[in-house]
Design a protein around this ligand. Sequence first.
Ligand code: SME
Length: 164
Amino acid sequence: MGDIMDVIKMDDKKKEGRYSRIYKQLKDLLLKTDDPLARMASVCAVLHHKMDYYFWTGFYLLKEDKLIVGPYQGPLACQELEKDKGVCWAAVNGRTPVLVADVHAFPGHVSCDSRSLSEITVPVFNGQGEVMAVFDVDSDHTDSFTSVDQRALSEIMALIFSTE
Ligand code: SME
């Protein structure tokens, strides 16, 4: 029997199927340009409109010591993120994705919109292994992201600076 959580949360099996279709679509789409910013914009548009639980979907670009907002979809967001604070900087500094089930329990979380309750951040690397940006998704429900999101989004982020 289904319960209310089935309506607001996508299960991992359904996520796997959807991410796999999106990955194929994005791989073809992103080949049409080698501009990383254009690729980021396309990734945001596709993911934001295909994943129902994405409330805010976007990139912050690492410029010297700053994270500056890049392409995004969703409500108005912070334009710059204070260095070394919050979930985006944690992914940049740790060079690894960060999953936050409840943003209120994450010390230093930066709230751009009080409706955001859970979050995932994934670093974006260039061909030399340098972090160039971070991809950030917020959900307006707690506990929306799992290892399935983490794996699929890491694969998608590898397309941004790919030369293949
Ligand atoms: N929550 C992020 C800030 C960016 S917004 O969620 C769009 C953080 O803690 O870094």
